[in-house]
Design a protein around this ligand. Structure first.
Ligand code: S3P
Length: 174
């Protein structure tokens, strides 16, 4: 099985993914890290010098190669991955893949993102908390339809990492 974690920026995909992989003795991979390693370039610089469209093509390419011939893997995606190209269809058509949407409230996301803007090119230009909140609220509204296609949705607000990982395991075993 390949467990794919999806959700908005700062929803905890990588942090929870590592805990889950540890519990299952699976490998853990993060799609942004794969892209940075293979391209020898940071996500910020790919956006800056090659543009978002190029980044989205890389994202689809490395998503496909990362799930090919794999088993016992937890893979966390970028916040936008499920929302572009045919990425959600690729995941739904892969028999061994189970997708989990990590759903966090707007308040939780803003609380985390306000201190983590610099590495995230889509929000790094937003100056005030009001601008950030307005952007994220609209963006989440547009993206929700993709996230909600996941096999399972787990809400994460005010839950310990371990509790979220256990809930994911329970949903997968049902
Ligand atoms: C993006 C999310 C980022 C990264 C890129 C674009 C997005 O990943 O892939 O900056 O479109 O939401 P995280 O969700 O890990 O921040």
């Amino acid at each position: 099985m390949i467990i794919v974690l999806i959700g908005y920026m700062a929803s905890g995909k990588s942090t929870i993914g590592k805990v889950l992989a540890e519990k299952l003795s699976y490998d853990f991979m993060d799609l942004d890290e794969i892209i940075e390693r293979k391209e020898q370039n940071s996500i910020s610089d790919i956006f800056k010098f090659k543009g978002e469209i190029h980044f989205r093509k890389l994202e689809t390419h490395y998503l496909e190669t990362s799930i090919m011939d794999q088993d016992k893997l937890v893979l966390s995606l970028g916040g936008g991955t499920p929302c572009y190209g045919n990425n959600m269809t690729i995941l739904q058509n892969a028999d061994q893949v189970r997708t989990i949407y990590l759903k966090a409230s707007l308040n939780t996301l803003i609380d985390r993102l306000k201190n983590e803007k610099s590495k995230r090119p889509l929000i790094s230009h937003l100056q005030t908390n009001e601008e950030l909140t307005e952007f994220v609220a609209k963006h989440l509204f547009e993206r929700r339809q993709f996230y909600e296609q996941a096999d399972f949705t787990i809400t994460t607000d005010n839950k310990a990492l371990d509790a979220v990982a256990s809930e994911i395991l329970t949903s997968l075993n049902q």
